[in-house]
Design a protein around this ligand. Structure first.
Ligand code: ARG
Length: 374
């Protein structure tokens, strides 16, 4: 990085104390972009020697991980070796026995945190079972690399959307994929073909074909704003799970996907904004989560709390038409993968300062459980 130090920053950038230039909209977004934290100083946050709680309170830094809930929301005890029992709130994880614990994202992290073991009880998901192992600006995936990725074909049209396997009977996709158009009845289950365990669109015979029994589009889906862009598909018969077909984990409502975290997007969508054809080999690309306030500014106030943005702001890496409904996959602490988002919308594809917008899956955890039992 030495070639990026001591440059003259332009008017869209801020100068870090260590000599880097960073985009101005990264200032005060809660991510240390400079590396020396200068972009996060003087943001009206906490003083030096203080810890900023998730509920925005400031506490003395030495009270972190002291076994007491000083923040009140448990966040000062959430990234420590030991989890403690705390009062339940919107930010804490609830065990089956109704006890709440302080640890951040404890579900299926490989450590038992709940007294009743419930945080590790349902974890047959998010791994690539037997293997170690289109998108703009991506690379080819290999077989079995994204075993939850599904290709949804509409009868005569071929591939139109992606989806994710969440159990042997249920898929998650985007609501905008299952809305009727003038020509096609996308909301009708019998119009769809579901390809599971597929890598190359030219080799559908090597994959598993299922049909759809039922489609549940989110009742509050708004086709103008794309708010609540999520839908569930029930397969006509259960699919046999295998090394190429495997569910992704659903994050609990309190799971945190912080800004700056790197995640993967996958799909057979267009590889450039200006082409028509979709990709033949499943594409993958790495993007970073962007803070909602920052994203809302970049996207002309079009972002609701039920959306999550991700991208590469210099451009060139993004989801595109045909990727919709597919997963934004986040690898969590012990390598297990969670569905952080569903490809929803964007302005063109891969444009500078125009990130991709995804449905924020944590917002729908209880709705999904209610509708599917998963
Ligand atoms: N709505 C598009 C589709 O139907 C996908 C949009 C994603 N676009 C983006 N630039 N991230 O496939």
């Amino acid at each position: 990085m030495s070639d990026e130090r001591g440059c003259t920053c332009n008017e869209t950038q801020i100068k870090c104390k260590n000599g880097f230039c960073k985009p101005s909209f990264w200032r005060c977004d809660g991510v240390n972009d400079c590396g020396d934290n200068t972009d996060e100083e003087n943001c009206g946050n906490c003083k030096a020697q203080e810890f900023r709680c998730r509920n925005s309170r400031c506490i003395p830094a030495h009270k972190q991980c002291n076994g007491y809930n000083d923040c009140g929301d448990g966040s000062d005890e959430s990234q420590c070796e030991k989890s403690i029992a705390v009062h339940c709130s919107d930010l804490t994880y609830k065990c089956k026995n109704n006890q709440c614990i302080s640890k951040l994202n404890p579900m299926c992290d490989g450590e038992i945190d709940c007294a009743d073991d419930s945080d590790e009880a349902e974890c047959k998901c998010g791994t690539k079972p037997y293997k170690s192992s289109r998108i703009v600006g991506g690379k080819d995936s290999s077989e079995g690399e994204w075993p939850w990725q599904v290709s949804l074909h509409m009868n005569t049209q071929g591939h139109v959307c992606g989806a994710s396997v969440i159990s042997n009977r249920w898929l998650v996709t985007a609501a905008h994929c299952v809305q009727d158009s003038e020509k096609f009845k996308y909301s009708q289950p019998d119009q769809w073909e579901v390809y599971l365990g597929l890598l190359n669109q030219g080799e559908t015979s090597k994959s598993t074909l299922k049909r759809v029994k039922r489609i549940i589009s989110h009742p509050q889906y708004d086709h103008l704003s794309y708010d609540n862009d999520i839908a569930l598909m029930e397969l006509d018969s259960p699919v046999t799970l295998s090394q190429n077909i495997w569910p992704i984990c659903l994050p609990e409502a309190t799971h945190d996907f912080p800004a700056g975290k790197s995640v993967w997007i996958t799909g057979w969508g267009k590889q450039r904004e200006e082409v028509d054809a979709v990709a033949s080999v499943l594409q993958k690309a790495e993007v970073r989560i962007i803070n909602n306030t920052v994203c809302n500014k970049l996207m002309d106030d079009g972002i609701t709390p039920r959306m999550i943005c991700a991208g590469v702001l210099s451009g060139g890496v993004d989801a595109c038409q045909g990727d919709s409904g597919g997963p934004m996959t986040s690898t969590e602490s012990n390598g297990r993968m969670f569905l952080a988002g569903v490809v929803s919308w964007g302005d063109g594809c891969g444009r500078r300062n125009r990130p991709g917008i995804y449905t924020r899956v944590t917002e729908y955890r209880s709705w999904i459980r209610q509708m599917t039992g998963v």
